[in-house]
Design a binder for this molecule. Structure first.
Ligand SMILES: Nc1nc2c(c(=O)[nH]1)N[C@H]1C(S)=C(S)[C@@H](COP(=O)(O)OP(=O)(O)OC[C@H]3O[C@@H](n4cnc5c(=O)[nH]c(N)nc54)[C@H](O)[C@@H]3O)O[C@H]1N2
Ligand SMILES: Nc1nc2c(c(=O)[nH]1)N[C@H]1C(S)=C(S)[C@@H](COP(=O)(O)OP(=O)(O)OC[C@H]3O[C@@H](n4cnc5c(=O)[nH]c(N)nc54)[C@H](O)[C@@H]3O)O[C@H]1N2
Ligand SMILES: [Mo]
Length: 773
């Protein structure tokens, strides 16, 4: 990663992984001044006695003997284990206004925070504060609120189960369910759809199922960058002859070819293994139509030759197939072709892969969830699986691939603005207080509440709210209206610079670090994307002697805020996290014998009723869902209105050198981009039609329907055009740069997730004189 790389675009024709991945890790270690023997840290990632990689939520093989190399996991670890430090002296040298003028990349580069800091308005600087004084300031604000709902408590999905459990208990005793979290912007639609249809909001498959599947569908996901260890599973599946079918408007190298850096032969011969056997490039947002078409094809095949559906399963376990049949009969092929952007032959070919397989897994990521019709699309994927009984059977099932390493666990622990009544009942029984019953705000709701001036305290356990959220303008306006903003964090980020009237930065330990409490060094637990719960123990010395662990921060704040109002022995619990796990076990029966079971290397799998074909739905059955294609969408409306110019659908995505809002570097190796981030990927024919050339710069204007978006000018400027193999009519650019284009009101129906992957835009040549967005 040579960081001050000259901006250029070059075709990347190598495989994913390979020597490029090894070199990039070497560069990251050098950059963070981690001696190569510090690569020892890397060897502890995802090992039974090591720490859980802070990269993604893909499960671990947990083989003591083998180390699974992962370029982006290594980059995440190196970024946390960095030798760079953002000390009080650093803050003394820069006003907040000066820091705010720097890029996200530069902020990240300053390294680990070392000391609690308080915003001093007089000097416009962050100045050091002692922990007790910092807690006292938060307590003063919280306890002055006329209504606890004027405080909002955000969570990013890296938080451990122990911290998350204490946090939800504290905040509910304080009196609110205001728990927006990153999940609201991520897999919320997956949980919504799956709970409704199969009674559990989590995927049902395990890594063992991946070893047995003979067809794996991957919708809207880029594992080469975001879940590199998944490529190992896909490679093995490909090698034993499984079909791998990718749906993605972009040609992503990681879905095409992979060279495993641990395969000496592949590395020596510069060879690679193909990943996808079939690659379909639907238009952005076209998956609902595509999956509906596959389902229609399957039903047509059944009607023509019989014996296709798993009728015994359908009769015994499901409801709603007749309604789905009717809806499909009413949906013509012409519409499905038009909306998916694929030909009938392609759609039927995809359907044939499904028909030819005995064991089917369907994976999906943000390319599915960040759309207006995300819930309907996931329901359509589940319908498809249900037709041939591919849920609750070896080698088959739904697999939403989660993002943050403990985002699934945080929700399990009750970080949820809409908590199930059973959870609240249980908290009431165990702790003897009346938890608030009214739902709290989700991420979008939180922004609205802040922007209306109704949030006095915004507290964030990790994350980067100011940069991750949609409608940047409104979000920043909201954050600045708060009386106090508090961020528990490891590194400096944008959210610390877009702050309330008062503000605190509270630096915490990271996963890789030794967490020593009165009872000795502690481990925390996490739950991965496949419901495996295991322990994570850091081994590096803390980045500074002034850091506290997240559980300690939450417990001290809870004790100070609630005082005699709470009977929970907060300080005692944090002395030994096994005590917190005992509390978790009291509230959640699935965590019985928690400490014993998590002491086993590799941990244990949480019960997943759907994978046992027990359907925790109101009817006791799995449900086929049916709805007509949602037409017209905002995209259709924009096309109709802006008939004079071409309306594109813009998706926002991650580069290879970023972790969400954390920008490690300015390269996106597999897409051939170096030294820059303000780029927009476009099909060469679309470029030609516009009379523009690759390398020219454009402004992106969002064209949302006026009825909903009147009075808003949403524009980002000066993006360089990159010709790319992407579906026609679709564009791609990086998040968070294009977040100002996403309005708060455009969300996934039924789940509230901002539609960051379907933004109607028009391109106009860049006008350098125009004011910045
Ligand atoms: N290194 C690294 N790892 C990460 C992260 C990171 O930023 N960096 N982030 C973590 C988090 S929180 C998450 S949620 C995951 C995110 O991992 P992904 O789910 O892979 O997220 P994205 O990079 O946003 O892109 C998703 C893919 O969807 C495609 N896509 C976009 N729109 C559509 C569409 O309409 N249809 C289809 N079929 N495809 C579409 C894009 O081209 C892209 O390939 O990764 C996690 N892991
Ligand atoms: N346009 C657009 N917007 C999106 C998305 C998109 O695809 N497109 N994706 C959405 C998705 S999927 C997600 S998950 C959200 C992400 O939203 P967030 O989770 O809020 O954002 P991150 O960038 O992951 O947070 C990074 C920050 O977390 C802090 N951090 C890192 N490690 C630790 C730790 O161990 N403890 C603590 N306390 N803090 C830590 C660091 O300060 C770092 O700057 O963004 C969403 N926003
Ligand atoms: Mo995510």
């Amino acid at each position: 990663m040579s960081r001050e790389e000259e901006a250029r675009i070059t075709l990347y024709d190598g495989p994913a992984g390979g020597w490029g991945a090894l070199n990039s890790v070497k560069d990251a270690l050098l950059h963070h001044q981690i001696p190569l023997k510090g690569a020892k840290t890397l060897l502890h990632a995802n090992q039974p006695d090591g720490f859980d990689c802070p990269g993604c939520a893909w499960p671990d093989r947990n083989h003591h003997s083998t180390f699974e190399f992962c370029e982006n996991g290594a980059k995440a670890v190196a970024a946390e284990a960095t030798a760079r430090r953002a000390t009080p002296e650093f803050f003394a040298r820069h006003t907040v206004a000066q820091l705010a003028a720097r890029s996200d990349h530069w902020l990240e580069e300053q390294g680990r925070l070392t000391h609690p800091m308080r915003y001093d308005a007089a000097s416009d600087r962050y100045v050091p504060i002692e922990w007790d004084a910092a807690f006292a300031l938060v307590v003063q604000h919280l306890n002055a609120l006329p209504d606890p709902n004027q405080a909002i408590f955000y969570t990013s999905g890296r938080t451990s189960n122990e911290a998350a459990f204490l946090y939800q208990l504290f905040v509910r005793q304080f009196g609110t369910n205001n728990f927006p979290d990153c999940s609201n912007m991520c897999h919320e639609p997956s949980g919504t759809a799956m709970r409704g249809q199969i009674g559990v909001g989590k995927g049902t498959v395990t890594l063992q199922d991946f070893e047995r599947a003979d067809a794996i569908f991957i919708f809207g996901q880029n594992p080469g960058t975001n879940h590199p260890r998944m490529l190992g599973e896909l490679r093995a599946a490909h090698r034993r002859g499984a079909r791998i079918v990718s749906f993605n408007p972009l040609r992503e190298r990681g879905l095409e070819r992979f060279a495993d850096p641990q395969d000496k032969r592949e590395m020596a011969t510069l060879g690679s293994t193909p990943i996808s056997t079939h690659y379909f490039q639907p238009r952005v947002g076209g998956d609902l139509a595509a999956v509906t078409a596959m389902t229609k094809h399957v039903l047509e095949a059944h009607d023509a030759r019989g014996g296709v559906l798993d009728e015994a399963f359908i009769t015994q376990h499901t409801l709603g197939l007749d309604a789905l049949r009717q809806q499909l009969a009413d949906t013509p092929w012409a519409l499905l072709k038009e909306e998916s952007g694929l030909t009938e032959a392609q759609l039927r070919a995809a359907g044939d892969v499904y028909l030819g397989a005995e064991r089917v897994i369907a994976c999906w990521g943000m390319g599915i969830t960040q759309h207006q019709h995300a819930v309907a699309t996931i329901e359509a994927i589940l319908n498809l699986l249900l037709l041939r009984g591919h849920i609750g059977r070896e080698g088959a099932g739904p697999c939403p691939v989660r993002g943050h390493s403990n985002v699934q666990g945080d929700r399990t622990m009750g970080i949820w603005e809409a908590p199930p009544p059973a959870l609240l009942d249980r908290l009431q029984q165990v702790y003897g207080f009346a938890p608030p019953r009214a739902h709290g705000v989700d991420t979008v709701g939180a922004i609205r509440q802040m922007a209306e001036g109704r949030c006095q305290v915004f507290f964030a356990l990790g994350g980067n709210f100011a940069a991750a959220t949609p409608d940047t303008h409104e979000t920043w306006h909201g954050l600045r209206q708060c009386g106090l903003t508090v961020h528990v964090t490891t590194k400096l980020n944008r959210s610390h610079l877009v702050h309330g009237r008062e503000a605190l930065i509270l630096p915490c330990l990271g996963r890789t670090e030794v967490d020593r409490q009165a009872g000795g060094p502690q481990g925390v637990t996490v739950e991965d994307s496949m419901s495996m719960v295991h322990i994570s123990t850091g081994m590096n010395p803390p980045a500074s002697a002034h850091l506290l662990s997240e559980p300690a921060i939450v417990a001290r704040l809870a004790a100070a805020t609630l005082g005699a109002r709470s009977a929970v022995p907060w300080a005692w619990l944090v002395e030994d996290y096994a005590r917190i796990r005992d509390e978790i076990e009291k509230v959640f029966p699935d965590f019985h014998d928690f400490n014993a079971r998590v002491a086993v290397p590799g941990g244990f799998r949480l019960r997943n009723t759907a994978s046992e074909r027990v359907w925790a739905t109101p009817s006791g059955r799995a449900r086929f869902a049916s709805h007509a294609l949602p037409l017209p969408t905002a995209i259709h409306a924009a096309r109709a209105r802006e008939a004079a110019q071409q309306v594109f659908t813009l998706l926002s995505t991650r580069s290879h050198d970023q972790y969400n809002t954390t920008i490690y570097g300015l390269n996106d190796r597999y897409r051939g981009v170096r030294g820059q981030r303000d780029v927009v990927f476009i099909h060469p024919e679309d470029l030609r039609a516009l009379g523009l050339r690759a390398g020219e710069r454009v402004d992106l204007h969002a064209v949302w329907p006026q009825e909903q978006d009147a009075g808003h000018e949403r524009c980002v400027r000066g993006f360089t055009l990159v010709a790319f193999d992407i579906a026609r009519g679709s564009l791609a650019a990086y998040y968070p740069e294009v977040n100002p284009l996403v309005p708060l009101w455009s969300v996934a129906e039924g789940a509230g997730t901002p539609t960051s992957k379907s933004i109607p835009v028009v391109l106009v040549p860049h006008r350098p004189d125009a004011p910045a967005a």
